[in-house]
Design a protein around this ligand. Structure first.
Ligand SMILES: Nc1nc2c(ncn2[C@@H]2O[C@H](COP(=O)(O)OP(=O)(O)OP(=O)(O)O)[C@@H](O)[C@H]2O)c(=O)[nH]1
Length: 342
């Protein structure tokens, strides 16, 4: 259910605007818009019949939802806004039941489920549990025990089903992402993951640490394939990835960029640190004896992921440096000078 809505939300390109918006932002904005469309007619009706307090509650909710939409559209920050929207839903629902009685209890069900669209399942469950306790307090004077129990049990079931569904959907989505972005031979991330990571870094709005891109290519790999066969070539690729993992930090990301070409995103590494890392990797590979019969070496190009440039520029720069390393005799590291120094 959540994924279908996400898919529908994803197709609403008009909401994306000029800026690329995350699916979470789009879902939150859509939920706020639907909420405004649902609550506003009741607010106007309450005004018309002179129920000022109820109208006040409904209008406050409408204003709060508009404020959230404006905030998310302007800043792109959705986490705190999502929490606030869930709290508005719960507070609005409780106030309405308190003011207008048990007939308003129907509002509890959509607000309960909405929390699972916006928040992580555990957080949604916690907020709903508190809201349910408050609801029981409000209704305990109005309802016979059996009726109250019916509401508690049905609400409990709605929460249970929504929790299981949201939790399972989250698990499946994460598993699918992992599968789609992994190289089946070596187990490192693939080209698709690299494109996404570079795009994410370029889109990052907050200040961050310097990060570098390393492009690494096995020297004369074709001759390894030709001399020892494709299966041995494959084994070399797998062993190379083990060496790369052993000599990079957990926060660094390794990608298979092409056949025998790999990329590493070294986060928190400025050019000098990235050059040291590249040298260590080059040395580690040459000492690792990836193949018993002959030495295997790599050439590496390094570029700073400068925020003034684009992912395409970073790849081009690192690739030029890799080309230069090959030209300069292979088993070599070459680093792109920072912008303005070239
Ligand atoms: N075993 C194996 N070989 C692959 C795979 N993907 C690409 N290759 C081979 O990698 C080789 C790449 O060769 P080239 O691009 O000519 O480069 P090179 O021989 O490494 O020479 P330099 O890069 O110039 O040092 C080709 O022979 C491809 O067939 C793979 O998944 N497994």
């Amino acid at each position: 259910m959540v994924e279908q809505i996400k898919a529908a939300a994803g197709s609403l390109s008009w909401l994306q605007g000029r800026q690329k918006r995350s699916l979470e932002e789009v879902i939150l904005i859509l939920l706020c818009m639907v909420s405004i469309a649902s609550v506003l007619p009741f607010a106007l009706f309450r005004l018309w019949e002179g129920s000022w307090l109820s109208a006040g509650v409904d209008l406050s909710l409408v204003v709060a939802f508009i404020a959230v939409i404006v905030h998310v559209l302007r800043t792109g920050r959705h986490r705190v806004a999502g929490l606030l929207v869930t709290l508005f839903y719960s507070a609005g629902m409780l106030a309405t039941v308190y003011l207008r009685g048990v007939a308003m209890v129907y509002w509890v069900y959509p607000t309960t489920i909405a929390a699972y669209f916006i928040l992580r399942p555990r957080m949604a469950l916690a907020i709903n549990a508190v809201a349910m306790a408050a609801l029981v307090l409000i209704l305990s004077r109005q309802l016979a025990t059996l009726n109250l129990l019916t509401i508690v049990v049905t609400l409990g079931l709605v929460n249970l089903f929504a929790y299981i569904f949201a939790d399972r959907t989250g698990l499946q989505t994460r598993a699918l992402h992992t599968e789609v972005e992994r190289d089946f031979l070596t187990g490192v991330l693939n080209r698709r993951a690299l494109d996404r990571k570079l795009g994410d870094y370029a889109d990052e709005r907050r200040p961050h640490l310097d990060t570098c891109l390393l492009l690494l290519d096995i020297d004369h790999f074709k001759s390894i394939n030709d001399e020892y066969g494709h299966a041995v070539g494959d084994a070399v690729l797998v062993r190379l990835c083990t060496v790369l993992r052993q000599h990079t930090r957990a926060s660094d990301r390794i990608f298979r960029y092409g056949g025998e070409e790999f990329a590493i995103i070294a986060s928190g590494a400025e050019l000098e640190a990235a050059e040291r890392l590249a040298e260590n990797l080059r040395m580690a590979v040459s000492l690792a004896q990836l193949l018993e019969q002959r030495p295997v070496t790599v050439s590496i190009g390094v570029a700073l992921m400068d925020k003034r440039s684009s992912p395409k520029d970073w790849l081009e720069q690192a690739d030029q440096m890799l080309y230069r390393a090959k030209e300069d005799g292979r088993n070599t590291v070459r680093v792109a000078p920072p912008k303005g120094i070239a």
